[in-house]
Ligand binder design. Structure first.
Ligand code: GRF
Length: 185
């Protein structure tokens, strides 16, 4: 299966998806931020990249350009990885069942931003990450895989974030691989 990974920044999950690819190929790395650090890494690796700043471009138009790039590269599945832009209902419906995201919480807890502070403030014993199907509603699609990490006494959001991120890098490639294999079967 030909996968596009959408990023907005650092791209460490994208990198994990590329380096641990099994049963899928990352054929395009796309971004709404031309300066995203992950794009430079992908280019250095010889991967195709696409970036279009969203400023000054209406969302339907931006998504139409993205769809063109996806079609040009024969993409059949999209993985969001630190992609910080809400996709429209039209777009998510068009890709329904073929678009996934990784979110740094144990969904359905803590949709949206600032997940680590919220988990610590709630006194949770564990945090973690979830891979889920993307629907129009933010972080609300079916969860397909989760990994849990402990929240330790004295943890601040940064400490928890790095523990969760390490788990993300393990979970996402495995979950995508299993998902792609199941959807081909
Ligand atoms: C990750 O924690 C991801 O779960 C969240 O944003 C972060 C992106 O990091 N949505 P990276 O760009 O993959 O390094």
């Amino acid at each position: 299966r030909r996968v596009a990974v959408l990023i907005s920044g650092r791209g460490s999950n994208m990198r994990a998806l590329v380096e641990q690819a099994d049963g899928y190929d990352v054929v395009l790395v796309a971004s709404n931020k031309p300066q995203a650090a992950g794009l430079a890494w992908a280019e250095g690796r010889g991967l195709a990249t696409w970036a279009l700043d969203t400023r000054g471009v209406a969302k339907p138009e931006w998504e139409a350009f993205l769809d063109e790039a996806l079609a040009d590269h024969g993409v059949g599945m999209i993985a969001l990885a630190g992609f910080m832009r809400l996709l429209s209902g039209d777009f998510t419906r068009r890709w329904a069942g073929r678009i996934v995201n990784i979110h740094p919480s144990l969904l359905p807890k803590y949709r949206g931003l600032d997940t680590h502070n919220r988990a610590i403030e709630a006194g949770d014993a564990a945090g973690g990450c979830s891979v889920h199907l993307v629907t129009e509603e933010l972080d609300a699609g079916d969860v397909i895989a989760q990994a849990e990490v402990p929240i330790l006494p004295g943890d601040d959001a940064d400490a928890l974030a790095s523990r969760v991120l390490a788990a993300e890098h393990q979970l996402y490639p495995r979950a995508l691989s299993a998902f792609v294999k199941a959807s081909i079967a």
